[in-house]
Design a protein around this ligand. Sequence first.
Ligand code: SAH
Length: 374
Amino acid sequence: MPTSTSDTPKINLLNLSWEEIHALFVRLGEPAYRAKQLIKWIYQVGVDDFSLMTNFSKTLRNKLSEIAEICPPEVVWEHASPDGTQKWVLKLDSKNQIETVFIPDKQRGTLCVSSQVGCTLDCSFCATGKQGFQRNLSLAEVMGQVWLAAKQLQEDNTPQRRKITNIVFMGMGEPLLNFNVVMHALKFLTDDNAYGLSKRRVTVSTAGVVPMIDQLEKYTDVSLALSLHAPNDMLRNELVPLNKKYPITEVIAACKRYLASLPDRRSITIEYVMLDQINDADLHAKQLTKVLAKLPCKINLIPFNPFPNTPYQRSKKERILAFQQQLAKAGFVTTVRSTRGDEIAAACGQLVGQVNDRTNRQKRYQNAIAVANV
Ligand code: SAH
């Protein structure tokens, strides 16, 4: 990358929203369609070198490389499991790191992205919350995760490698509390000039930030997942403290409003972590069927992923299956996150804050996998 001739820092194009890229070209006296072309180069072709942008004049290419760069976070560690799962630890700055995980499945390739370093919500069963909150990710840090993963998967031709077909905001952080950045990112993820993913295949997962769920429809129509985890307010206050501010009925009502705003028939994914003898009794399943009675939804039961010093344990396999059956009998499509996906979820956003050097990180990751496999 040529160095800048002036002292002005280069613009990181991954940090610019669609509108800002457009404005940049206007400022450069270029026609508006150049913005689309640039977006295609960056997000569809995965280019970070302006000299490869062959439909731009040499003068424009030179100008761009003088003032701008395409700069994702630095990959400090990566791990590929034999099953095709790929995990990246990305360095954002001297203090902060995040994780991104790619999970291939039969037909799908799901990328799990982070939206914040740490989290403010402090759900009692979540390791990310226990790390505290550092900061929101920038747009470049969110898009950089997708850009890096897409580029790497594209370059890797082995048969089990697949491309990204689904994106879930289920890594570190609460995406609706980094609202603007996430909305700009969703535009690139779903726009045909960039990643062009179907809105059904992009999912924002929230612990239930009601005012922001209500803002969603103004900006996007992607899918929504709600981390419910408890069927009554008393228990949910304990597991998801945000519930004290936005109790279950309010959250469900906001989800319904969002669904009503969508142009097609869609359902909400309800995430429900299975905690041994905490939220996994028959009574809880019964309460859940009542709470969800009027919400078009499918339920995803997530066997709890243990981490050091947690008071919780994962529900027994038979209990999870009985819970699933009870919900299914009541007419709810109910899936259980597979052990493999589960072990990956354990890795997703849950280790990075605990480790500082590569060797430790690698060791602890292996340990975590071992724990999750027990
Ligand atoms: N803040 C958002 C997204 C991040 S967490 C949300 O709450 O939805 C993504 C999912 O993983 C959430 O459903 C979260 O509750 C769940 N999760 C967090 N810690 C977990 C753990 N230790 N075991 C299993 N699932 C966990």
